[in-house]
Design a protein around this ligand. Structure first.
Ligand code: ATP
Length: 423
């Protein structure tokens, strides 16, 4: 109506099996409203007459199976309707997985473990979100495993995590992050420490297996594994290692025929490898955008979605903590003690003396109670960011989601840095 257009509201009418794609401009907010019919955002249904707000740089697709009309208000970078989407293919994947779950239920076995792989910017995280949402909407409790240390969605960059999904993702905020299992890796590419990466993936698979032994519903529901876009050379080895560790049944390869062929060749025949097209809506992101996205994940960890948390800032005495880095610098073979290989160095705990170099780094707060606990394979309680180091008073200041004191003594140093511009 004229009234609507005066307020900058635009209406879109979608036919069945089509989607409205839009991107929010920098520092803008776009409001979305469903007026008629049914629609979903990455597998979560929209409620009628609720207003959904999307912030700076969000890239969204509102899909409808049956047709709908939508309103958008605010400045979009682009906004267009596409009728060419792979949603039917993704729904069929869900249907096949659901059949496997029903079979597992009847036979008392475990449900499907799916891994989604492909190069960067093909929509891997989005396909994971879809499959998890569809599973939870039919009453399942799938586990989301995120081994993408670069652009993970469960925790901050430089970690891998697992999360039991109990309700569909929130349209604006994504999955509820209550009680995830998180391991410290300390860098944003698996290549930074391959031995540690594979060790953590194996360890996460063991924990998931144990959970499946005691939780029948989780076992039958299976898991969906999100991976990083590094698919060549050692990246490929990381993929095949994760597939083995989790004993995956299905691998969805997005948009890479060569990778698909390699996996068909290398995977045992009981692993079903499928090649699927990527959505034309997935937007390519530049290196700079990725780095901004990493930053905003960390910001969100401390400040909450739309700054709804107030993080704490407090001093920690050097004497109250022990900081470690995982992995000693590589040294030539000839310099290693007898019987040690260069790889052994990669999983060595190296004590770090506090210094100004800690500034802006993230520290993972390990849940280990004593040094006898395996610090590598112990999950973390959370993270703090070092904002200042005072060498004279032998204290450093941290930004922390929880008030003082730190719950444990052992901290693991991450390469990942964060500049807190709020301060
Ligand atoms: P990475 O390699 O960084 O892990 P990815 O392959 O997991 O990336 P996604 O994060 O799933 O890719 O998608 C990239 C971006 O595209 C996201 O911002 C997502 O919201 C957006 N996107 C996904 N599907 C669509 C679509 N159909 N229309 C519009 N935007 C989309």
């Amino acid at each position: 109506s004229q009234d609507d257009s005066q307020q900058g509201i635009k209406e879109y009418k979608l036919e069945k099996d089509s989607e409205l794609r839009f991107e929010v401009e920098t520092d803008e907010i776009v409001e979305l409203r469903l007026k008629e019919g049914l629609a979903e955002v990455f597998g979560t249904e929209l409620l009628k007459s609720r207003v959904y707000k999307f912030t700076s740089l969000a890239k969204v697709a509102v899909y409808t199976w049956h047709g709908c009309s939508l309103n958008l208000k605010g400045k979009t970078e682009v906004a267009y309707i596409s009728r060419d989407t792979p949603m039917t293919v993704y729904l069929n994947t869900h249907a096949a997985l659901e059949q496997m779950r029903q079979q597992a239920e009847q036979e008392g076995t475990r449900g499907p473990r799916v891994m989604v792989i492909g190069p960067t910017d093909v929509g891997k995280s989005t396909v994971c979100r879809l499959l998890l949402n569809y599973a939870v909407r039919v009453g399942r409790r799938p586990t989301f495993v995120d081994i993408d240390v670069g652009q993970g969605v469960i925790s901050v960059p430089g970690t891998i995590g697992a999360l039991l999904i109990e309700r569909p993702a929130d349209i604006e905020e994504g999955f509820s992050l209550a009680g995830p299992l998180v391991y410290h890796f300390g860098a944003t590419t698996p290549g930074a420490n391959l031995k540690l990466y594979t060790l953590l993936v194996s360890s996460m698979a063991e924990v998931f297996n144990k959970r499946c032994m005691t939780n029948q519903r989780a076992s039958v529901s299976g898991c969906v594994i999100n991976t990083c876009g590094w698919i060549k050379g050692d990246g490929y080895k990381c993929i095949t290692h994760a597939a083995k560790a989790f004993e995956v049944d299905v691998i969805v390869v997005l948009d890479q025929e060569r990778l698909y062929n390699e996996l068909v060749r290398d995977m045992p025949s009981f692993v079903k490898v499928v090649l699927q097209q990527k959505s034309g809506g997935v937007v390519e992101r530049t290196r700079a955008f990725r780095s901004t996205a990493r930053d905003s994940r960390i910001r969100e960890y401390f400040y909450g979605f739309e700054n709804c948390f107030y993080p704490h800032s407090f001093e920690v005495r050097f004497s109250d903590v022990e900081i470690f880095k995982i992995g000693a610098p590589a040294v030539p073979n000839s310099c290693l003690p007898l019987g040690m290989t260069p790889e052994d160095n990669q999983t060595k705990l190296v004590a770090v003396q506090p210094s100004n170099e800690l500034s802006h780094h993230l520290l993972s707060v390990s849940l280990a109670k004593s040094k006898e606990d395996d610090l590598l394979k112990t999950n973390v309680a959370g993270f703090v960011c070092v904002t200042h180091v005072d060498m004279d008073r032998r204290v450093f200041t941290v930004l922390s989601p929880a008030p003082r004191p730190l719950p444990r003594r052992y901290l693991l140093l991450s390469e990942v840095q964060f500049m807190d511009l709020h301060q």
